[in-house]
Ligand binder design. Structure first.
Ligand code: ARG
Length: 579
């Protein structure tokens, strides 16, 4: 199905015969032909032969007649490969007839835990949680579409010492008052007020300490108050997920507290395995390879000197649970890069304990920060961290205004719907279209622009496809947006060929992304596809073409629409019918 792989499969045996051993044919897209292979250059020294001679011999030996219209040796020894229109047309037709667009469901589905979002109870979600939520959701959607069993795990911060002061503050406000404050989404106000009292008031501090002990001891009255805080925050987070259009639900909360009962057994097991060391009164594991800046071994503290368990112990228990009871073979942790060291150590200890052994693997899907227009960490006007909700609201407002301006005949409801799809889509796309390891700058103008590598550009290309089919009207077949399996695809114009080559590259990109979770490769692909489509649309009349050519071009349009829709859906981005 995938053109690059087909070419590799044909070239590899020819290279192997010439080199006397396996060679990667190094096929890639080319400016000069459709594809090029550079492998002869690398072989020249080893074989002591001029690269052009090697390339020419590979050309003779490779069985490419049915795939390529031309195979040329060029420059110092490249093989330039021009795919035949017929082969390409056949691939496009097969893809058009396939409801999965040429992307097969995986042969061996895995159970994959995607740990993402993970906000903290009674604290505002900030833009760092945005990245985790957006990237994690794209990962969950993509792996699920490929046929894996995906378990979403929202590792809510719902346990630990701050709950002493939070519960005491709740009691000071009265349950009703506290509930009201929290349901308005003023989580930061609540947290900060509690913190301020804790810092200034010795009596409050003492009450808070006693409250932590009561909570950890399972005191029913305290637990009830704690649960009140948790459910208020959960329902607030769910409204944000809804606004953000992500697939996380109330069933996906796997708060830190849910591992409570497993903490002691987890640490006991580490002890039995002889992995625990005492250090400054705390129980620690020193995973091999973990050293600090000073060269001293770094410990993962699993039980603090006061006997309490912290963040690392919880993550160890969660890992043990996920690979054990849940039977997951792949664990993804979509968490900011500042926590890289933490996860390295957790995974190292997991491996030492035998909870993480091949083929089971864990990956920290790390990401950089979002920067403001000044190139510094994004801050609100007041100087605090920017609230996620404010960011989303602003994006939707801007996009709705834009939709009204472009399309005055849209009704209020339609404009609001388009504004939401475009605004939320623009934010997600901006987040997913850069290398996730890097920081990126929040730039409203750019991310809402209809030009460039943006969600609106792709959504616009999609709406263009839809409008072609609307205009085709009665002449279009009623199932026009399903498949046209009996239409012959003929690719005469260069713009048609270029579009077809992009279309058949979809499967390879999706598979690559499922592996490395680098979604900017998918966005870059979708952008190339939309560019190729727009060029095709400018040069090749569709509805005004006759008979078989019209049918063939309608297949290209329809397939482009389906790939754009599916590709954007994997990223959690909607495709409105009109823009
Ligand atoms: N609650 C954490 C935070 O806000 C993120 C949790 C990430 N997941 C995990 N398994 N540690 O930083």
């Amino acid at each position: 199905m995938d053109l690059e792989r087909l070419l590799v499969d044909r070239l590899a045996p020819a290279f192997a015969a010439v080199a006397g051993g396996p060679v990667d044919p190094a096929v890639r897209r080319s400016q000069h032909a459709d594809f090029q292979s550079d492998a002869a250059l690398g072989l020249a020294r080893r074989l002591g032969r001029p690269p052009r001679e090697i390339a020419a011999e590979v050309r003779e030996r490779a069985a490419l007649a049915d795939l390529c219209a031309a195979v040329d040796v060029s420059g110092p020894g490249f093989l330039n490969l021009t795919v035949s229109g017929q082969a390409l047309g056949g691939l496009v037709s097969a893809m058009a007839a396939d409801p999965r667009l040429g992307v097969p469901a995986v042969a061996g589905p895995e159970t994959v835990v995607v740990d993402y979002s993970g906000p903290n109870v009674a604290k505002e979600m900030h833009v760092g949680h945005l990245r985790s939520t957006v990237i994690g959701d794209a990962a969950a959607r993509t792996l699920e579409w490929l046929g894996h069993r995906v378990l979403r795990a929202n590792h809510l911060g719902d346990w630990g010492t701050p709950f002493g002061m939070l519960i005491e503050h709740l009691l000071d406000l009265g349950e009703a008052g506290a509930a009201q404050e929290l349901s308005m989404g003023d989580l930061d106000g609540f947290y900060k007020a509690a913190r301020a009292k804790f810092d200034d008031d010795e009596a409050f501090r003492e009450r808070s300490r006693r409250r932590v002990v009561a909570l950890q001891g399972g005191d029913p009255a305290t637990l009830r108050l704690w649960r009140l805080l948790v459910t208020q925050s959960e329902s607030y987070f769910l409204t944000v997920y809804d606004l953000l259009d992500v697939t996380l639900t109330g069933d996906d909360f796997r708060g830190e507290s849910s591992y409570h009962d497993q903490l002691a057994p987890t640490v006991e097991e580490l002890d039995r395995l002889g992995l625990l060391r005492r250090s400054d009164g705390a129980d620690c594991v020193f995973p091999p390879g973990s050293v600090g800046r000073d060269g001293e071994p770094l410990p993962l503290i699993v039980r603090k000197s006061d006997g309490g368990y912290g963040y690392p112990a919880t993550d160890l228990a969660a890992l043990r649970h996920r690979t054990g009871a849940l039977g997951a073979t792949r664990l993804l942790y979509v968490v900011g890069l500042p926590q890289r060291r933490h996860f390295e150590m957790v995974f190292a200890v997991g491996a030492q304990a035998g909870w993480l052994a091949a083929p089971v693997r864990a990956e920290h899907v790390g990401f950089g920060s979002i920067l403001g227009p000044d190139g510094r960490m994004l801050r609100s006007r007041a100087g605090g961290s920017v609230k996620l909700v404010e960011l989303l609201t602003e994006a939707v407002q801007r996009a709705t205004a834009l939709a009204r301006e472009r399309n005055p005949e849209l009704s209020e409801a339609e404009a609001a719907e388009v504004g939401r799809a475009v605004g939320v889509g623009a934010i997600k796309y901006a987040d997913l279209s850069g290398d996730r390891h890097k920081d990126y700058m929040l730039d409203w103008e750019r991310m809402l622009s209809l030009d460039g590598n943006t969600a609106p550009y792709l959504q616009y290309a999609y709406s263009r496809v839809r409008s072609i089919f609307r205009r085709a009207g009665a002449a279009a077949r009623p199932d026009a947006d399903v498949s046209r399996p009996d239409a012959e695809v003929s690719l005469a114009e260069p713009a048609e060929r270029a579009l077809a080559i992009e279309l058949v590259g979809f499967a390879a990109v999706v598979e690559e992304v499922a592996d490395g979770l680098e979604f900017h490769r998918l966005t870059a692909y979708l952008h190339r596809l939309a560019v190729a489509f727009n060029a095709f649309y400018e040069r090749c009349p569709v509805l005004r073409a006759d008979g078989p050519m019209r049918e063939s071009r309608l297949v290209l349009c329809e397939l482009t629409g389906r790939v754009l829709r599916q590709g954007l859906d994997l990223l959690g981005i909607r495709t409105p019918e009109r823009l």
